[in-house]
Design a protein around this ligand. Structure first.
Ligand code: GCU
Length: 610
């Protein structure tokens, strides 16, 4: 028994050695070798390629059997039994969810194996190599040339592994086991109102790096002092300690050298009086160059301050109103996960056409193209982790998963000026465990980034003594910078003709964002304005709701639910839903519904209280 446990320990320690590495900052801008394209796949409902017939994981054994898919075995001769063959298998496009690519995988929730063979044409033995995934939903076990690199959980955030020791110039193969089964203790949990798209849903790239490279950095405008930039930089590699690094912003004729500490880390400040501040009306970004040894990385960074002052929201000291819309990460015409810059241009283009200066990227981190394009367009952004509905509040492992996803999101987007709000939850049922869970998430967020605002989509309800008076009774409301809540009066309860009589009693002196309201409508279905599912009903709800919301004294933003119809397994009413949530202002054929123009007109005519 002793020998056996030693064996397990040594295998696990190897796994730890190959566990994920810290996220490479701004991988987006590095020259990489893309592994996007066609990958062979095997659907493995019984996880035959992961467990032996005694249900022991092959990758926890020193001598995994020939049935282990990650070995990508081929029979040495005509006598040998190998019961799988990736190269004879069909292919899926990466990036991309499997549900929208293959009819047979439309509803699939389970394990599916991907395999990609590749060479590195200009392989350099003195370089370091990393394998980077934009996201995999939900769990990824990653293997290179038959060796396990590690495991990542969380369907919407990037991760990377160093592969220097394993990668070669030719004949490499990467195998990824993806499992998108939902589970009660995961984040999100079992129940969501969106499609559980599985697969390698974002870019896969190999990065070739110097022996000592710039692993992480941050550069942001100080929250109080508008002529000071605060930054840090961390090197990774043998030469990281006491090394010279250089930060420059050519347009500002700023160039300074700093020396890293023994851990390759340096914190610094830059003073500059002539900064042209980033804003929604002036999305000014600067080329920032970070150099260390033979490594240079360039980023486009905008500098701005976002703060609250009582119930006001201030962008660079000026009051703003967030004319927003909620968005799911779906290319609605393709009916699958959005992932590309082209998808981002469609979604943010529609938001711009609506007259928005703000988008709520619900309910999970969207792909990086969305925030990079938002930076460029001057679109302010609310980002969120999928702590959604009935998460396991009393489970420490569940908390770690939520905190990990939050950390990966903040790490990836900390230099993006468009991101002004981190949201830690959506519509979560009140309890002490939930309050502790969310309070810890807020503290974790502030420790990582105290330059942005924190919120969460809470819920409201009518007062017992007067159903027309709505309140938000939630002890968590005092923990956030911005009080946001979803309200569906007139759709889920309440009479659409009574909307004009409702009002909110909010006694917090904080900015308020209505993070959701809306109604379902089948585009092209017309009736009188009290006929549910008609465009006219949805439009009436918008026309009645918007002026009532505008009467909330602390109102500083609205993100109606939702820009476009989106797939949901919970929405099955024939003929109106048929697997789609119909609260979109745009249908899956790209057609705008009546309410689109009502919201557009409201934003156009909105007078911001100066
Ligand atoms: C909730 C939830 C959304 C959901 C919406 C709806 O507010 O936050 O995820 O899609 O209501 O019921 O359509």
């Amino acid at each position: 028994m002793k020998k056996y446990s030693f064996l397990i320990l040594s295998v696990l320690s190897i796994q730890v050695m190959f566990a994920q590495n810290k996220l490479i900052q701004n991988a987006y801008s590095r020259k990489g070798i893309t592994l996007n394209g066609k990958w062979n796949y095997l659907v493995d409902v019984y996880e035959t390629g992961y467990y032996n017939y005694r249900w022991e994981p092959y990758d926890e054994s020193e001598n995994p059997g020939s049935g282990a898919f990650f070995l990508n075995k081929k029979p040495e001769n005509r006598m040998v039994l190998i019961e799988y063959d990736f190269d004879a298998a069909p292919t899926l496009r990466v990036p991309g969810d499997w549900n929208s690519q293959k009819e047979k995988l439309f509803y699939y929730e389970g394990t599916l194996w991907y395999k990609k063979s590749f060479d590195i044409p200009e392989y350099q033995p003195d370089k370091r190599y990393y394998l980077h995934f934009g996201a995999v939903n939900y769990r990824a076990d990653v293997y290179l040339n038959g060796k396990k690199l590690g495991t990542h959980k969380g369907g919407f955030t990037p991760f990377n592994f160093e592969i220097t020791h394993l990668v070669k110039a030719n004949d490499n193969y990467v195998v990824v086991r993806v499992d998108n089964k939902r589970a009660a203790d995961e984040v999100p949990t079992l129940n969501t109102d969106w499609w559980n798209y599985g697969g390698i849903t974002r870019d896969v790239t190999i990065y070739e790096l110097s022996q000592t490279f710039i692993e992480d950095y941050s550069l942001q405008l100080d929250k109080e002092n508008k002529t000071q930039l605060n930054g840090y930089l961390r090197l990774n590699g043998n030469e990281k300690a006491h090394s010279k690094v250089e930060v420059s912003i050519p347009e500002l004729k700023l160039k300074q050298e700093f020396i890293t500490d023994a851990d390759g880390y340096v914190k610094f400040q830059l003073q500059e009086k002539n900064i042209d501040y980033w804003s929604d009306k002036n999305p000014k970004r600067y080329r920032v160059e970070f150099a260390a040894g033979d490594d240079t990385i360039v980023d486009q960074i905008g500098f701005r301050q976002i703060k609250t002052d009582g119930a006001d929201m201030l962008l660079n000291g000026e009051k703003i109103f967030l004319k927003g819309i909620s968005i799911h990460e779906e290319n609605v015409m393709r009916g699958g996960r959005a992932y590309s810059m082209e998808d981002a241009k469609i979604l943010l283009g529609w938001a711009k056409e609506l007259g928005c200066n703000f988008v709520r990227l619900a309910h999970y981190p969207h792909n990086e193209n969305m925030v990079r394009l938002a930076d460029e367009m001057g679109m302010l952004v609310w980002e969120e982790i999928p702590v959604y509905w009935t998460i396991q509040w009393d489970n420490p492992e569940t908390y770690k998963k939520a905190a990990q996803q939050l950390t990966e999101l903040v790490s990836r987007d900390k230099n993006r000026p468009s991101v002004i709000i981190w949201s830690v939850a959506n519509e979560t049922p009140r309890s002490n465990d939930r309050l502790n869970f969310l309070t810890q998430l807020v503290q974790t967020t502030r420790e990582m980034d105290n330059t942005r605002l924190i919120s969460a989509a809470l819920e409201d309800h009518g007062k017992k003594e007067d159903e027309n008076v709505m309140v938000v009774e939630d002890e968590f409301a005092r923990m956030v910078d911005v009080l946001s809540f979803n309200q569906y009066y007139g759709w889920y309860g309440g009479d659409v003709e009574n909307i004009k009589n409702i009002r909110w009693e909010i006694d917090l002196n904080k900015p308020v964002i209505i993070s959701e309201f809306g109604a379902g409508a089948l585009q092209g279905f017309h009736g009188d304005s009290l006929t549910r599912w008609s465009e006219e009903f949805q439009d009436l709800l918008y026309r009645e709701t918007l002026p009532v919301l505008a009467r909330i004294p602390q109102l500083r933003g609205i993100t109606p639910w939702i820009l476009a119809d989106f797939r949901s397994p919970r929405r099955m009413l024939i003929p109106y839903q048929e697997g789609w949530n119909r609260k979109g202002l745009i249908s899956e054929t790209g057609n705008r519904k009546k309410a689109f123009y009502t919201l557009q007109r409201f934003y156009k005519e909105l007078k911001i209280k100066e």
